[in-house]
Write a protein that binds this ligand. Sequence first.
Ligand code: HEM
Length: 118
Amino acid sequence: MVSNAFLEAHVGSWEVAFILLIVGYILFRIGKEKVGNIVHMFLRVMMVIVVVTGAWMLFKFHAGDVLYYVKGVLGLVVFGLMEMALGRARRQEASTGFFVGALALMVVVILIGYRVIM
Ligand code: HEM
């Protein structure tokens, strides 16, 4: 039985990360770099919480379940795409592909998490 606190922290932090990605991306695209950087910092805190709670649950309760390893790796790729999207948006470089890619892959990870995709 997964500890609810870890699961709730895991779900809560990716939900907040989803919103912070969109807010941060818009702020950088409209040139609000200072507040964009603050949002980006909070997003990174959420990323750390997602990975720490995810890894804990993975090794504690799902160590033999390949699906959760795949989901964990895809989750890390999502965070990489988020970093690329925000970094390029801040520098006013082409970033839409990374942004859309991060959102789309995050939806896939969520569907794996809720076992819609097996
Ligand atoms: C973008 C990043 C991520 C998203 C959106 C995400 C999303 C989710 C969702 C929706 C669930 C199901 C929650 C529930 O049943 O109520 C879940 C569970 C889980 N996630 Fe993630 N996750 C992410 C990253 C990770 C990472 C990086 C790892 C591991 C290193 C991980 C490991 C797990 C594990 C082990 C569970 C199962 C918990 C259980 O037994 O119910 N997740 N995740």
